[in-house]
Design a binder for this molecule. Sequence first.
Ligand SMILES: Cc1cc2nc3c(=O)[nH]c(=O)nc-3n(C[C@H](O)[C@H](O)[C@H](O)COP(=O)(O)OP(=O)(O)OC[C@H]3O[C@@H](n4cnc5c(N)ncnc54)[C@H](O)[C@@H]3O)c2cc1C
Length: 329
Amino acid sequence: MSAAILAATSMQEPLVADPIKPMRSFDLRVSAVQRLSEHFRRITLVGDDLALFGSNAAGETLDLRVKVMIPSPGHALPELNNIRGSLQDDWYRNWLALDEAVRGVMRTYTVRALRPEVPASGGKPAVPAELDIDFVLHLDAGSGPAAEWAAAAQPGDSLTLVGPCARWGDCVGIEFAPGESQRVLLVGDETAVPAIAAILETLPPHVSGHAVLEVPLADDFLDITTPANVEVRWLARGGNPHGEVMSAQVRSLVVPAACAVGEEPEEVDIDSAILWETPATATGHGLYAWIAGEAATIRELRRYLVRDVGMDRNAVAFMGYWRKGQALS
Ligand SMILES: Cc1cc2nc3c(=O)[nH]c(=O)nc-3n(C[C@H](O)[C@H](O)[C@H](O)COP(=O)(O)OP(=O)(O)OC[C@H]3O[C@@H](n4cnc5c(N)ncnc54)[C@H](O)[C@@H]3O)c2cc1C
C-alpha cells in the first residue's frame, strides 16, 4: 500500500490515492469576528479540514504564512477543490488562467493562532479546532479586497486558505529560525504584528531582547503576552511617514560599533521583486533579528543593519510583507 493510502487510512478518510504535498487547501467558515482595535479585526475560522492543518513539531505556528483566497464580489470562489501543492503546482496555473473578474484574489496572511480540537469530557461538549487570522483594516490608506472582505465578514461566511498539510511532516511557511540565539530583535509594522505576537508567546524565559511594533494609532496597541525577557515597544505612527518611527527606534537600539565594517547588500528593486532574505537557521549565539513590513522600510533597515552595523546576514531575516501602491498575491 502506498504511503498516501496508508496516511489516508490512519486519518479515517476514504481510501483514495490522494497525493500528499507540502500544502493543500482548507475550506473553512467564519465562526467569530472580533474587533481588536481601530485597525485590527480577528477572524476565527472553523471546519473539518483544520484536522489536517500543519504546524511545527512543537505544535506552534510562529510566523506561519497562508494564502487566503478572497472571492470576487458577486461570484463564489471558482471550483478549486483539492488544491494540492504550492504556487509551483498546476492548480495555481489553472487558477491564474481563469477570468480575473471571477477567480477572486489571493493574499498572504499569518496564522495568529491555531487551537486544536478539545474533545468532549465531563459532560462538556467538544470544542472544534479553530484558526485565527488578524486582518489589518487599511481602508483609509489604499483599500484592498482582503481588507474589505475582513471588514464585512460575518459568522457563517466561507473562506478558503492554502496552507501547510499536517501529513507532509515539515511545516512549509515558517521563517522564524533563531537557532541557538538567546537575544532577539523583532521589528514590524501592523502587518507583522500577528506574526510577532505569535512568536513572542512561544519564546522561552531565557531569551531576551526587544520587539518594536509600529501601528497606525495608540488604539492599535494590543495585549501581547510573552514568557521571555523581551521588552515590547509599541509605536504609534500618527502623521509620520510609514516606517519612520520604527526605523528610528531600530537605529537607537542597534548602534554601529566605531570599527564596524559591513558589506553593501545587493540592490533589490522592490517594485518588481519581493524583498525576502531569510537564513534557513541562524548561526551563532548572538543577536537574531526578524524584520517585516512595508518593503521600502525593510530595504532601508537591511542597508542599515548589514552595511552600517555589519550584522551577520545569517542572523537576520528581512521580509517585505507588502509594497505601497501595489497589490501582492
Ligand atoms: C508573509 C506575509 C504575512 C502577512 N501577514 C499579514 C497579517 O497577518 N495581517 C495583515 O493584515 N496583513 C498581512 N500581510 C500583508 C498583506 O498580505 C497585505 O497587506 C495585502 O496587500 C493585503 O491585501 P488587500 O487585498 O487588503 O490589499 P491589496 O489589494 O494587496 O492592496 C491594495 C492597496 O493597499 C495597499 N496596502 C496593502 N496593505 C496595506 C496596509 N497594511 N496598509 C496600508 N496600505 C496597504 C497596497 O499597497 C495597495 O496600494 C502579510 C504579508 C506577507 C507577505
